[in-house]
Design a protein around this ligand. Structure first.
Ligand SMILES: *Cc1c(COP(=O)(O)O)cnc(C)c1O
Length: 442
């Protein structure tokens, strides 16, 4: 055996052990159930099946087709819609399908959330700023001209009147809602009416909130005016890393299909389609309860961190309506540092989260690598069975590390002890496998 094989396996085991002993708070992550893991490791990962189910370009696809049909049916049931394409291999690829369908090949026009206010790099234009080129996906791959919608920092949401004016003046082909820093439902209803007035299509990027929406929380974009909703399938929706696109526009189905294949995809990671089918079945069964607890935990963690003295944004609105909260950490600039520094401090104590920009970064000129905020998500800790009371324990770890400046090595021991109770994946079909168990195939 090549000596690197043993080393690679050793590193994987170490990673699993680290996560088993950590508190995972990254808002874009989640953990898949043993049943999803099993599906994702099936022989489908060796196969090719280009095209739509039943019209493949390869032989050997009959069972693959049946599972993909089931996956699409489950997605249509979960999202109450008539079209589901489960082939996009990620959220960004699902967005590209949408851009293909709705924007011109040259000089297309789109309005969306600004990246620094919580939009996603895949929505961004390509432009040069103070000598540095920014490569947003929409601008780089489709040459889309992007105009940002107006944002109200105090409400952490789109400003309806100012955004309506921007849409009327800029006359985009696509108005896109959704983002990565996403605390409150976007005013899709109000601004879709404006978009329709000028003949624009409406998209909703549900990468972060796809699980919340499917389970009936947060908002219901397809019934509020969105023509298409794209998503990642691994954030609040606890499936494998993949993407999907859903719609209720019967007249667009053929176009949306061909904008995925042959326009964009070759093979579409069939094992993950199988895994997604299982994850959708799990969420149809357990999603209502799971996502209710995800949101309750986010609100409870916001309150608990606030009670410990941290500056959690949006107290006047109950901190959040989603799985995320945002903490302004600028008061620690002198004592610890900014977002990146605090991310590293917490990581030393086995608390894993990510730094994030906040609205005041722009005026204060803070660099995106070391911004003024932290983003915290509760999808994964809820999946491990944590409830509202546990949020108080987590908030205490933050106080000890950030306010009392205790040694992270000592707090890490407490975190490891705390995490021992949460080693099983809940809201899924029964299994004897534990969370973060390294599968041993040989
Ligand atoms: C995470 C995210 C994406 C990207 O999804 P991938 O599945 O990683 O490609 C797209 N849009 C938004 C708003 C996101 O937060």
């Amino acid at each position: 055996m090549h000596k690197k094989v043993a080393e690679i396996r050793e590193l994987m085991i170490k990673h699993h052990e680290w996560f088993r002993e950590s508190i995972p708070l990254i808002a874009s992550e989640n953990i898949t159930s043993p049943a999803v893991d099993e599906a994702c490791s099936c022989d489908f990962s060796h196969r090719y099946a280009e095209g739509w189910s039943g019209q493949r370009v390869y032989a050997g696809c009959s069972f693959i087709d049946e599972i993909e049909d089931i996956c699409m049916d489950l997605a249509k049931e979960y999202y109450q819609c008539i079209h589901a394409d489960v082939r996009p291999i990620s959220g960004v690829v699902a967005n590209l399908v949408m851009y293909n369908a709705f924007t011109s090949d040259n000089n297309g026009k789109m309005c969306c959330m600004s990246i620094v206010r919580g939009g996603h790099i895949s929505h961004g234009p390509r432009y040069a700023k103070s000598g540095r080129e920014i490569f947003g996906t929409a601008g780089t791959t489709r040459g889309i001209n992007v105009e940002y919608l107006a944002f109200n920092n105090d409400e952490m949401n789109l400003d309806i009147d100012a955004s309506a004016k921007i849409i009327r003046d800029f006359k985009p082909e696509l108005v896109l809602f959704g983002g990565s820093l996403f605390l409150f439902p976007h005013p899709v209803k109000e601004l879709s009416d404006v978009a329709k007035e000028i003949g624009a299509n409406v998209g909703y990027d549900a990468a972060h909130v796809a699980g919340l929406i499917g389970s009936g929380y947060f908002q219901d974009p397809l019934r509020e005016g969105a023509d298409v909703m794209t998503m990642s399938t691994h954030k609040t929706l606890p499936g494998p890393q993949h993407g999907a696109l859903v719609s209720n526009r019967e007249d667009l189905i053929d176009k949306l299909r061909s904008c995925a294949f042959p326009a964009l995809l070759s093979n579409h990671h069939l094992h993950n389609v199988a895994g997604l089918a299982i994850a959708l079945a799990e969420m149809l069964e357990y999603g209502k309860e799971y996502h209710k607890n995800v949101i309750e935990n986010a609100k409870a963690l916001g309150q608990a961190l606030h009670d410990q003295g941290l500056n959690v944004l949006m107290e006047h609105k109950g901190f959040t309506e989603s799985h995320q909260i945002v903490v302004d950490i600028t008061e620690f600039q002198k004592s610890i540092g900014l977002g990146g520094d605090i991310e590293r401090l917490l990581e030393k104590a086995n608390i894993i989260l990510n730094r994030n920009g906040i609205p005041s970064d722009l005026t204060a000129g803070r660099h995106y690598q070391n911004p003024g905020g932290l983003r915290i998500g509760t999808s994964e800790i809820t999946r491990l069975g944590m409830k509202k009371g546990d949020m108080v324990d987590i908030a205490e770890f933050f106080r000890k590390l950030m306010i009392e400046k205790k040694d992270p090595k000592i707090i890490k021991k407490e975190v490891v002890e705390f995490k021992k109770e949460f080693q099983e994946i809940k809201y899924c079909f029964e299994s004897s496998n534990k969370a973060y168990e390294f599968m041993r195939f040989y």
